[in-house]
Design a protein around this ligand. Structure first.
Ligand SMILES: Cc1ncc(COP(=O)(O)O)c(C=O)c1O
Length: 406
């Protein structure tokens, strides 16, 4: 039996989302076509968009369907930055350290190719972006700030960010905000309109854009959305047929949207109860790990400040990758949470941004729970962990090559 505890990487598709996907793939018709088959496809697409919008607290017209979270993040950051730099230069993008690579690499690209300046915001010990730091940076850079971008919840250590407070500060300064809600969607109540209202966002200032992805909530890979406020100003990345408010050209993926909508409706419909169930499993797992390995340390906040399905632990004196491989051999799939560049494990940039040493950042393991997780999965991990930890500790940290046979 394989125990899958890597739901933040991708979560199994929901059976109804698979059925809806397969059915919709059999439908012929480009939603831009005038004939009745095209119009039937368009109706399916627009009904799906309505359902997706209802789960995000926005109007259907504000849902720009994309090929996933990465494209949504690229579109938001590059598109808003270009739009804001049409007139007087506003080179600065404020972003916390420890963002997902979809953001970091986009920022670095803009820096290298377009002359953007990145104002990195510090994370505290728990991975939290502090609103006073955002306020200070907005004041320091003044009218040179193009936008603020941040994660709603950190995909690695699970820290939930004070999005409304930060959006309110940006709104006061007339600055647009993009939120990457990929890791939060399906686990937290991410209501775009509610945050806009509560933060005093209006027009193109405050929260204007939010990225989500279908495969993190039981929908298909390769489908996502950027929620883009009507009043936001953005330059498109893709040019072509002018679909989706001319923001995202390209023939629209009806089957992907239909399947995404089924997953979104199911997941957000069960979200509140599921969050309670997962938080209980998460806390039992954290207690079990800290009892089995007393030197282990929980990264990120405990309790309500973290995603209900996220456990991220630092193990002293061993490589996270050794633990990962040993647990895999025991039939348990987990992650280190950090990027693996061309097969070479890197110490987590999120933990580094939280002030951990490289050594501390190397022994990290991320366990993420989701809709298929049950008590028996937690038991299986807790049973396999002591042996895996003992063996990984013997292999130690001596070099970057894992020594599983040691
Ligand atoms: C926080 C976050 N942003 C963006 C992405 C990218 O989404 P996608 O895999 O749909 O491109 C991910 C996926 O891991 C993520 O966790």
């Amino acid at each position: 039996m394989v125990v899958y505890l890597d739901h933040a990487a991708t979560t199994p598709m929901l059976p109804d989302a698979i059925l809806a996907y397969a059915d919709a793939l059999g439908v012929v018709g480009n939603p831009a076509s005038i004939h009745s088959q095209g119009q039937a496809a368009k109706r399916m697409l627009e009904e799906a968009r309505e359902k997706i919008a209802a789960t995000l607290g926005c109007d259907p017209i504000e849902v720009v369907l994309t090929s996933g979270g990465t494209e949504a993040v690229n579109l938001a950051i590059k598109g808003i930055w270009w739009s804001r730099n049409r007139g007087a230069p506003k080179p600065v993008i404020l972003a916390p350290g420890g963002e997902h690579h979809a953001t970091i690499d986009t920022l670095e690209w803009l820096e290298q190719h377009e002359g953007a300046e990145i104002g990195w915001l510090p994370l505290d010990d728990d991975g939290l972006v502090r609103p006073d730091e955002v306020k200070a940076a907005l004041e320091r850079y003044g009218d040179r700030v193009a936008l603020v971008t941040l994660l709603w919840a950190n995909n690695e250590v699970g820290t939930i960010q004070p999005v409304t407070e930060i959006a309110a500060l940006a709104a006061t300064s007339g600055v647009p905000v993009h939120v990457d809600a990929v890791a939060a969607y399906g686990y937290l109540d991410i209501d775009f309109r509610a945050v806009r209202d509560a933060s005093g966002s209006s027009g193109g200032a405050g929260l204007v854009a939010m990225s989500v992805s279908a495969h993190k909530i039981g929908g298909p890979v390769g489908v996502g959305a950027l929620v883009l406020s009507r009043s936001a100003s953005i330059e498109p990345l893709l040019h072509g047929g002018g679909q989706q408010r001319r923001v995202r050209s390209g023939t629209q993926d009806v089957a992907g949207a239909v399947s995404f909508a089924v997953a979104a409706a199911f997941t957000t419909g069960h979200r509140a109860d599921e969050a309670v169930r997962l938080a209980a499993l998460r806390d039992r797992l954290i207690d079990g790990i800290l009892t089995a390995v007393p030197s282990a340390r929980l990264n990120g906040p405990a309790g309500g400040g973290r995603l209900p399905g996220n456990v991220h632990v630092a193990f002293a004196g061993c490589e996270g990758d050794s633990l990962l491989f040993l647990l895999d051999m025991a039939g348990v799939s987990v992650s280190t949470g950090s990027a693996c560049q061309a097969g070479i494990p890197e110490p987590s940039h999120v933990l580094r941004a939280m002030g951990r040493t490289e050594l501390e950042a190397r022994g990290a393991l991320r366990v993420t729970l989701g809709h298929t997780t049950s008590d028996s999965d937690i038991d299986a991990l807790l049973a396999a962990l002591p042996g895996a930890y003992a063996q990984a500790s013997r292999a130690g940290l001596s070099d970057r090559t894992t020594k599983l046979g040691a």
